[in-house]
Ligand binder design. Structure first.
Ligand SMILES: Nc1ncnc2c1ncn2[C@@H]1O[C@H](COP(=O)(O)OP(=O)(O)O)[C@@H](O)[C@H]1O
Ligand SMILES: O=P(O)(O)OC[C@H]1O[C@](O)(COP(=O)(O)O)[C@@H](O)[C@@H]1O
Ligand SMILES: [Mg+2]
Length: 462
């Protein structure tokens, strides 16, 4: 039990053969005699003809799909989707949507599809948008959302509701939810946001309110665990190709040209790794999870000199969180949400490389530094991220209508699931440098492993 008297133990259901369902809370866990109603989708012209449209209560999705003959069946999550019975009458639903944290392609699609899903699948008419993130609950007016008002927002980047960092005040937020008689809260955001959503859920439960809290995971960095990948990630990787192409063109157009591209990735280098793998023009990819060093044998300078001698040009991709410990001046500052503010590793590297080759080497280099940071996250979602965002939004709507709460909708092994908040917030997803994907990346660039820094050299770890 936590200080609010809320049971923090996970809702575990054990079955034969080592099967464990890490279940999500349901309103009936703390509201006795919760009434249920037939799902309106049963009489929906589009869906009623689908055989087995409703998800069976027993359907679960395994977290690990590669298993051995004698291995236990392991952790499962509840399969997302519409249920035969719902816990809200459509006319009684008062839903709200909020977006928090940094931008990500697909935010507007998720907003649109929550509004349209509630409206067209469940006949819900009252949906409001909370402006400017968590703080908007208690400091801003809400905006009415209708299928008409959101009809073409998915074609635009950003979030029509605005977003913010910081400003999470659980009591004020829940007071506001109560005052406005909201009974479904859809919270779209990253790791920080899902922690905030969890705090809101716990306070709502402590007060015994019939309010479903549904999270939709958003992260451009792909740093949320458990889920296959985050919406908007593919779009960001695709957009990063444009910067890498430009760096390659610049580098190949001059003698000893170096193109240096900085990509997002505060603690996780997924964008840099996938953009490198996709491009094939990158000679070296540096991420927060993998240490590197500049000087001496096996260092970056030596590798640059080698590649320039071999090819006459090279492209380096660096994730923004890489090499932070190498940067001399330390700014130990945080943003409003408590995230560490990073130093500009790209700018620093470009100065260091230029300085090194001017002083220490006879090589005359030309380096162009490209920083497309915000360009890769401020664009609309591509087609596949739009479909993905749509399914996530619909899963969240089905879950809340069915009375599930305290969950994040997420794709696990290609299936939509409901994941308990603590599974999402307990750790960050990182590139595992002993996994095959990083090995594939290394073999595509043939860059040094930076495993053996010379004595006295700092090797950078995150
Ligand atoms: N541990 C936490 N508890 C409650 N709210 C949090 C927590 N961490 C972050 N938040 C709130 O979540 C929102 C978004 O967090 P942030 O870290 O900026 O972005 P993201 O959710 O994308 O990681 C902010 O309003 C912040 O105040
Ligand atoms: O300038 P801002 O908005 O703080 O955003 C910068 C940060 O946002 C990120 O895109 C991640 O943000 P989220 O955690 O909100 O997804 C990082 O890659 C980057 O460091
Ligand atoms: Mg975050």
């Amino acid at each position: 039990m936590d200080s609010n008297g809320v049971d923090e133990q996970m809702k575990l259901v054990e079955g034969a053969g080592g099967y464990v369902l890490e279940d999500v809370p349901h309103l009936s866990d703390y509201i006795l005699d919760l009434p249920t109603y037939p799902n309106p989708l049963q009489s929906n012209a589009a869906y009623s003809v689908v055989r087995q449209y409703f998800v069976d209560e027993d359907d679960t999705v395994p977290q690990k799909i590669v298993v051995h003959k004698d291995s236990p069946r392991g952790t499962h999550f509840r399969r997302a989707g519409p249920r035969q019975k719902v816990c809200f009458k459509s006319a009684d639903v008062r839903a709200c949507i909020v977006t928090c944290g940094g931008l990500c392609p697909g935010l507007n699609t998720v907003i649109r599809e929550i509004v349209c899903g509630l409206h067209f699948m469940y006949g819900v008419k009252e949906v409001t948008g909370v402006n400017c993130g968590f703080r908007g609950f208690y400091s801003r007016n809400t905006v009415t959302l209708t299928p008409k008002s959101v009809s073409d927002i998915h074609k635009r980047g950003g979030t029509m509701l605005g977003t913010s960092r910081g400003g999470h005040d659980t009591l004020k937020i829940v007071d506001n939810i109560e005052d406005r008689e909201i009974n479904q809260v859809y919270i779209i955001g990253g790791d920080g946001t899902q922690k905030g959503a969890s705090a809101i859920y716990k306070e709502i439960r402590r007060r015994g309110l019939k309010v479903a809290v549904a999270g939709i995971p958003k992260t451009i960095d792909n740093d949320i665990p458990v889920i296959d990948k985050s919406f908007g990630f593919d779009t960001a990787v695709e957009e990063a190709q444009r910067a890498i192409n430009a760096a390659h063109v610049e580098a190949t157009s001059v003698e000893n040209g170096i193109g240096l591209v900085k990509l997002m990735g505060r603690y996780s280098g997924f964008i840099a790794m996938y953009a490198t793998l996709a491009s094939r023009d990158v000679d070296c990819c540096l991420i927060p999870e993998s240490p590197f060093y500049l000087e001496g044998k096996g260092g970056l300078y030596e590798f640059i000199a080698k590649r320039l001698t071999e090819n006459g040009h090279m492209v380096i991709v660096v994730a923004e969180g890489a090499g932070q410990d190498l940067l001399a001046e330390s700014i130990d500052q945080q943003d409003a949400s408590g995230n560490k503010l990073l130093k500009d590793v790209g700018l620093w590297m470009s100065l260091k490389i230029k300085e090194h080759f001017a002083k220490e080497s006879k090589m005359d280099i030309t380096l162009k530094y490209i920083d497309p940071t915000y360009m890769i996250r401020a664009i609309p979602a591509n087609a596949s991220d739009n479909v993905y965002s749509t399914l996530l939004a619909q899963s969240a709507v089905h879950g809340a209508m069915a009375g599930y709460t305290g969950f994040t909708a997420g794709l696990v092994n290609g299936r939509q699931t409901y994941i308990p908040f603590n599974r999402i917030t307990e750790r960050q997803n990182k590139v595992v440098i002993t996994d095959r994907m990083w090995a594939r990346m290394l073999s595509s660039t043939n860059q040094p492993s930076f495993m053996n820094p010379p004595k006295g050299t700092t090797s950078v770890t995150e």
